[in-house]
Structure formats: structure tokens, C-alpha cells
Design a protein around this ligand. Structure first.
Ligand SMILES: [Cu+2]
Length: 615
């Protein structure tokens, strides 16, 4: 059983346990009261037996999850299971014998009611407690449970005036208030503002001015696009969807002037996705710059020393802006004979755009002379992964996220899953026959005629190429546990995508020193796929789910439900960096945070007059 399946089953079993224990407790309470209907005794006994079985399943599932790591079970082992199993033993040794003896004392139902409360608390734990279990979250659970237990005693014992009721409500209410105020708050995001004395401002970490720079101007504006027979209102750079492909030769300086002609108050920035550039050029509003308002302008400059396939997109309200079309590809080239492929969903229409042709949901055809080298530079600009396939030719996955894969072996008829925001370069020599690039199993790009989409085994990219011995020495270790729980996001309580139990901007900011090698363990406790994207750095993949990886360098990687990834970050690019899920809806729903370098500050504010909104 996979970790993801065990986690999913546990989410169902915890609810079933609560329902069955509550029903058992209800029938027991009824059985101990007039008219002492024997059918109630039977029902209570049968439901208790069933509930014990369900609780046993929960213990087995927790044991299975514990094999995947403590991160997956901490709150179950520390809170949910003790609060279920201890009263369960109490009930099995008191209430159950009383039911068998047909006792007539309602107080005898109390242990079973406590068990039901424990089972219901298990559901609450699932929804509000993540990893790590904090003292405040544990207290919330204990207070709510204690309040419910007091009220239940008032119910079974009868009499006693209102004091028990008031005490129970008071205790439970304290728990709820604590939940809202205490456990959901956390360290505010702006580490940079806390260390504002001295240090380096991110605003000074800029690229060089260069009279010979390769210059582009990108103007954000409203546009429209007809695709799949529908007209979609889009935002564009220079009226093009996708935005123009920016090409620069390795070693040149790129200078891009961003202008904003969007309507209303829509700010815009450009984030150079995957390019490890100076922090002040990173295009994150509220962290590295203010959002560029309509009528405004901002110039980005950086030396393009790292060849490869990148893309650029607005980082202001990015879940909306990118979906509407504020993106394009950036190619830093030594390569000849290359072609770009951008996958993007406009409205509800999934499209492919080949080179700078307009996007289409139909198959794209092109003719390439047999014998010529081909490099398809493919970017997934959506918020969900895409499964690519290449058939009709032997090919290599030459690079992932603009970094060459060591020892890239020949592949044929294979499928490869590409993370949201990620890039693959597929390289081959054009054969005499046709070649097909498929997208999610459908014909996407047909070169020199038709052939069937690839149906072969999916490739595990983390095990592709050579598997070297990877360095295991670290200066610092960080753990990010991804989950879906109730948390504060932007000051509002909601069901959130959380990191270590918190949502934006309360996720603690790790602080690194320049030169450190940092081990980052990313654990996905949730049922959702999270394409994680650290800015300003490529991280080295050390292992995936305990299996040693090839050490490939990535800037966007899919952490599947139940998976544990271990990556290494070399702190070689001082700044204040965003790190977030590139399912941009997840970022808005809490999953974004910072990595700060010691001594780096920012003069910019999230919110503020510029309306900066990095997600
Ligand atoms: Cu996500």
C-alpha cells in the first residue's frame, strides 16, 4: 500500500470511527435509561464491536504511515490515538460489561461517550493539526475535548445545576478562541524587515548595466485569443499569447523594459522562472520590487551565463495573471536548430504553442529536414503537470529545468511527466520517418507526418542518467511538511495549503548563510500534488521516497502525495527569495514562504501602496 493510499484511507476511517463510536454511545445511553429497550443494548454492543474493528484499522494504517516517517503520524500518535484508545479500554472494561448485565445506570454510558468524543477529536485533529504538533494545537484539542467531556458528564449524571454546563462551555470556548488566535498565528514572513539594521538591501542586488545588452520591451496589455472555437479574454505581453520568446546568447546581458498598459489597478512584474539571477531582479512584488502599476515601467538586467530553457511570468497576483497569459519563454542559447513548445490552458482550453505560432488545441504540424539536430524546449506554463511522450525516434532528455542531465541515455517511445512550471529539453536527430510529441496522450506536435503517440513506460526522471555518489555533508537542515489543514492565510481562517502547519505569511522563514550547503526534506502529507519552486536557486535532488536520485538540478519539482524528497540547496546567491508551490492556486491558498540570507533586507512591503501581492 502506498503512503498516499494509506493516508487517504485513514482520512475516511477516522470519520467512520467517529460516526460508529458516536452511534454506539448514543444507543448505550438510551439503553441505560427507561424503558431499557433490550434492542438498544444489542445495538450498543454490536456498534461497539464494529467500532473496535474500525479503530484497529486506524492503528494499522497509522503504523503503515509511520514507516514513511514521523512527519505523517505525529498528531495521530501524540493526540488522536491516545484520546481514542485510552477511553476505549475504559469503555470495554466498564460500559460493555454493564451492557451485558443490562444495568440501569446512565452513568455507565460515560466511558463510551468519552470514547466517542475521542473519536470525534480524531477528525478535528485531521482538520486542524499538522506537522509539527505545537503545544498550542495540542492544548486546543485537549480543551475542546475536556469541555465536551464535562458537558457529557453533566448529561449522564443529571442535576448539578448549570455550573457543569457553564464550565464545559467555558473550557470548550477557550479552546476555540485559542485555535483562532494562538495556534494559527506564527512568525511573520518578512525576516528581511526584522534585521533591518545594517546588512545588504535586496534593492542593491541588481544585474549590470551593459551598453551592448540584448534589449527587449515587454508591455502588459489586455488582449483576446480565439482558441478551441471560443474567444478568451487574455492578458498579454506585446499583444502576443504566449508572450514573445526572448532569446539571448550565453554571456550576453539581457535588458528587459517592462511597461504596464493593463486596465484598472492591475500591477505587474516579471519573474524569470528558473534563472538564478541577482535577487533584486527576481520580480517578486513586496520582496524584490514594488509591482509596476498601469502607466509605470521597470527595467530588469542580468547576465545570461547559464544556457537553457526558462520562462518568464508576472508574479503579481500570479494565479490570475499567469493563467490569463502574462508569460513567455526565455531561451539562453548556444544551441542551434531548437524549437520552443509552451503548454498552456487559456480559459478551459489546453493548448500547445510551437515556436512563436499562436496557441492551438489542435495538433500542430511542422516539417524538419531528416538528419538535422532537433532540440524541443518544452515548458509547462500551467498550474498542473503535463505528461509528454515522444515516439518515432530515439531521443535523450538532454536537460531538466535548464540544467544538463549527466549521462543522458537513449530513450524510445517513453512518456515523461513534467511539473507545473518545469522545462524539459528533448534532443534527437530528425529521422526519415515521422516523429510525434504527445501531450497527455493526445497528438500534440507532428513532425514530418503522423505516427502514434508514445505508450511506453513513464520515466522516473530522478533516476535517469548516471547515479553518482552524492555529498551527504550539510551545514543546516530544513524540513517542509506540506499539508492541507485549517490555518490563517492573509489574516483569514480557511482550509489552506500549509507548510509546517502554517499558511502565508505565517510560515517560518529559514535563514541561511552564504556558502552553506542546506539539506531540505520536503514531505507531502496531503492528497494534493505540489510542484515546489524555490526562487534564485537550483536544488540538487538527493533522494525521492528513500531511493537515491541522480543529483539532477531542478527549480520546480513535483512532490506527489505521500512522497518525501530530499534535496540540497547551495547558498550561493544572496537575497530574499520566495519559495512556493507552482500550482499557483495553492500558493494563493497559503503555500508560499521565504528563504532569507542572513543580513539581507528589503525596503518593499507586501500590500502597501503598490498593492504588492507575490502570490
Ligand atoms: Cu501545491
Amino acid at each position: 500500500m502506498t503512503t498516499a493510499l494509506a493516508g487517504g484511507l485513514d482520512q475516511i476511517v477516522v470519520v467512520v470511527a467517529a460516526v460508529v463510536w458516536a452511534a454506539a454511545a448514543g444507543f448505550a445511553f438510551a439503553a441505560f435509561r427507561p424503558p431499557h429497550d433490550p434492542r438498544f443494548h444489542l445495538a450498543a454492543l454490536a456498534l461497539s464491536a464494529g467500532a473496535v474493528v474500525v479503530s484497529g484499522v486506524r492503528v494499522v494504517l497509522t503504523a503503515r504511515l509511520m514507516q514513511a516517517g514521523w512527519w505523517f503520524v505525529a498528531e495521530k500518535v501524540l493526540l488522536a490515538l491516545p484520546l481514542l484508545l485510552v477511553p476505549m479500554v475504559y469503555a470495554l472494561t466498564t460500559t460493555v460489561p454493564a451492557l451485558l448485565r443490562r444495568d440501569r445506570d446512565p452513568k455507565k454510558a460515560y466511558p463510551l461517550i468519552l470514547t466517542a468524543i475521542g473519536a470525534i477529536i480524531g477528525v478535528a485533529c485531521d482538520v486542524i493539526v499538522s506537522y509539527p504538533v505545537t503545544v498550542s494545537s495540542a492544548l486546543v484539542v485537549m480543551l475542546v475535548g475536556g469541555g465536551a467531556a464535562a458537558l457529557a458528564w453533566r448529561l449522564v449524571a443529571g442535576g448539578g445545576g448549570d455550573r457543569w454546563r457553564i464550565a464545559g462551555f467555558a473550557v470548550a470556548l477557550t479552546g476555540v478562541v485559542w485555535a483562532v488566535s494562538g495556534s494559527f498565528s506564527g512568525t511573520p514572513m518578512h525576516a528581511g524587515h526584522d534585521t533591518a539594521t545594517g546588512g545588504v538591501s535586496v534593492a542593491s542586488l541588481r544585474g549590470p548595466a551593459d551598453p551592448d545588452a540584448r534589449r527587449y520591451t515587454l508591455t502588459a496589455k489586455s488582449s483576446s485569443l480565439t482558441v478551441g472555437g471560443r474567444t478568451v479574454q487574455t492578458w498579454s505581453f506585446n499583444g502576443q499569447n504566449p508572450g514573445p520568446t526572448l532569446r539571448v546568447r550565453q554571456g550576453e546581458t539581457l535588458e528587459v523594459t517592462l511597461r504596464n498598459e493593463l486596465p484598472g489597478d492591475q500591477g505587474v512584474t516579471i519573474h524569470w522562472h528558473g534563472y538564478d539571477l541577482p535577487a533584486g531582479e527576481d520580480g517578486v512584488p513586496g520582496v524584490t520590487q514594488d509591482a509596476v502599476k498601469p502607466g509605470g515601467e521597470h527595467v530588469y538586467r542580468f547576465r545570461a551565463d547559464d544556457p537553457g530553457t526558462y520562462w518568464y511570468h508576472s508574479h503579481q497576483n500570479s494565479s490570475v495573471a499567469v493563467a490569463k497569459g502574462l508569460f513567455g519563454l526565455l531561451i539562453v542559447e548556444p544551441a542551434e536548430g531548437d524549437h520552443t513548445v509552451a503548454v498552456h490552458t487559456y480559459g478551459n482550453v489546453k493548448t500547445l504553442s510551437f515556436d512563436d505560432r499562436p496557441p492551438t488545441d489542435r495538433q500542430v504540424t511542422a516539417v524538419i529536414p531528416p538528419g538535422s539536430p532537433v532540440r524541443l524546449r518544452i515548458a509547462d506554463t500551467d498550474s498542473t503537470p503535463v505528461t509528454l511522450g515522444l515516439s518515432g525516434v530515439d531521443f535523450r532528455l538532454r536537460s531538466v529545468d535548464a540544467r544538463d542531465v549527466a549521462g543522458a541515455t537513449t530513450l524510445r517511445d517513453r512518456r515523461i511527466k513534467l511539473a507545473a512550471g518545469g522545462r524539459y529539453d528533448l534532443a534527437f536527430t530528425m529521422p526519415d520517418g515521422p516523429v510525434m510529441l504527445s501531450v497527455d496522450g493526445h497528438p500534440g506536435l507532428a513532425l514530418n507526418g503522423q505516427t502514434a503517440p508514445a505508450t511506453g513506460e513513464p520515466l522516473d526522471v530522478t533516476r535517469y542518467g548516471t547515479l553518482p555518489d552524492l555529498r551527504e555533508d550539510f551545514d543546516q537542515e530544513i524540513v517542509w511538511v506540506l499539508d492541507k489543514t485549517f490555518a490563517m492565510v492573509d489574516g483569514v481562517p480557511r482550509l489552506a495549503h500549509t507548510v509546517n502547519g502554517k499558511g502565508y505569511p505565517n510560515i517560518p522563514t529559514p535563514v541561511v548563510r552564504e556558502g552553506e550547503r542546506v539539506k531540505i526534506t520536503i514531505v507531502n502529507r496531503s492528497g494534493d500534488l505540489h510542484p515546489m519552486h524555490p526562487h534564485g536557486h537550483h536544488v540538487e535532488v538527493l533522494s525521492r521516497d528513500g531511493r537515491p536520485a541522480n543529483g539532477m538540478l531542478v527549480d520546480t519539482f513535483d512532490v506527489e502525495p505521500g512522497e518525501v524528497w530530499v534535496v540540497a540547496l547551495t547558498a550561493d546567491n544572496p537575497g530574499l527569495w520566495m519559495s512556493h508551490c507552482h500550482d499557483l492556486a495553492h500558493a494563493v491558498q497559503g503555500m508560499e514562504f521565504h528563504v532569507a540570507y542572513e543580513g539581507v533586507t528589503t525596503p518593499y512591503d507586501i500590500g502597501g501602496p503598490a498593492g504588492n501581492h507575490p502570490a
